[in-house]
Design a protein around this ligand. Structure first.
Ligand code: NAD
Length: 314
């Protein structure tokens, strides 16, 4: 298949593009390198350096069988400060991308959505049927794209998959997790372990067994496998929306203990107050991904996630 992968210089896009190249797909990568790193782009991918909102450039790339759309700004905290940037980049530019690809006959679209579309849910595990009720412009930008895509599918324009990731983590040696501004717990804890600097722990009075937030971590390689499965599933299905997680949650303290055990370094943990907008527990229901995509995580034990992330930095 001829596949456009946007955000190919980022963490999850680069890992997925590598799997697609390995199975023989013709992969064109689109990235403006605003937060991505060119060294992430796998061998065998043709990189086009442009915005996803650059209709003129995208029109010259010709028709694609599928587009997997990873490109976007990803920090929900930052999105509270500059919502206009998030809506322009993640929604406005995505609409231009979609409209341009549709005019050259796109068949299948796979979208990087997020657990952030659910907002502050109290039920656990979270089912896909839970209402979208985002609590940040970042989460809202994902929900808005899902809504737009749903209308296009309903009108028979193309087939589409929304993949709602929980916490992407772990790494392969070729593609360490290296976000421009790091906000994720595991890479921050690994940084602190390596440098011997203090680690901030936000909120120790949540209604969870050890008082810290609980999250569902899924290995980036498992996410990449799910995207390949989604592209293939759309051959037989008009649309799908699934959570990608493991169905198992770990508390922040459990994650920090795993980091200490894997790295052999004790962390100096600074306990701080809660951050606004952090729900106590976010754990995915994963039955739909199994049933619809035939996908189950294979690399997502907490030990393998932390170890692979640590080893990718050595
Ligand atoms: N990392 C997670 O835990 C997580 C969880 C849920 C959803 N997601 C979603 O998955 C996708 C990929 O996440 P990631 O962790 O790989 O992020 P990343 O920051 O590593 O990669 C994003 C890539 O998109 C590119 N980009 C951003 N805006 C662009 C634009 N307008 N035009 C062209 N390129 C642009 C950046 O340069 C970067 O290479 C994002 O859409 C994110 O919202 C990530």
């Amino acid at each position: 298949m001829r596949i456009l992968v946007t955000g190919v210089a980022g963490f999850i896009g680069s890992t997925t593009a590598e799997l697609l190249v390995a199975r023989g797909d013709d992969v064109i990568g689109l990235d403006n390198l605003s937060t991505g790193d060119i060294s992430n782009v796998p061998r065998g991918v043709t990189l086009v350096k442009a915005d996803i909102g650059d209709a003129v450039t995208i029109r010259t790339l010709g028709p694609f069988d599928a587009c997997i759309h990873f490109a976007g700004l990803i920090a929900s905290g930052e999105s509270m400060e500059v919502p206009e940037l998030y809506f322009e980049n993640n929604v406005g530019q995505t609409m231009t991308l979609l409209n341009t690809l549709l005019s050259s006959g796109l068949n299948h679209f796979v979208f990087s959505s997020s657990a952030a579309v659910y907002g502050d849910v109290t039920s656990s595990p979270i089912l896909e049927a839970s209402p979208m009720s985002p609590t940040s412009p970042y989460g809202a930008s994902k929900a808005m794209v899902e809504d737009y895509v749903a209308w296009l599918v309903r009108q028979g324009k193309f087939r589409a998959a929304n993949l709602r990731y929980f916490n992407a983590a772990g790494a392969t040696r070729a593609h360490p997790e290296r976000h421009a501004v790091e906000t994720h717990l595991i890479p921050l804890a690994l940084d602190a372990a390596a440098a011997g600097t203090p680690m901030s722990l936000f909120g120790t009075d949540y209604p969870t067994p050890d008082g810290t937030c609980i999250r569902d971590y899924v290995h980036v390689l498992d996410l990449a496998r799910a995207h390949v499965a989604a592209v293939d599933t759309l051959a037989n299905r008009e649309s799908l929306t699934v959570n990608l997680g493991t169905g198992v949650g770990y508390s922040n303290r459990e994650v920090l203990r795993a980091v200490e055990s894997v790295t052999g370094h004790d962390l100096e943990v600074r306990e701080l107050g809660r951050r606004p907008g952090d729900p106590a527990t976010l754990v995915a229901s994963v039955a739909a991904a199994k049933e619809i995509l035939g996908w189950t995580p294979q690399h997502s034990s907490l030990e393998e996630i932390v170890r692979s992330a640590w080893e990718s930095r050595q």
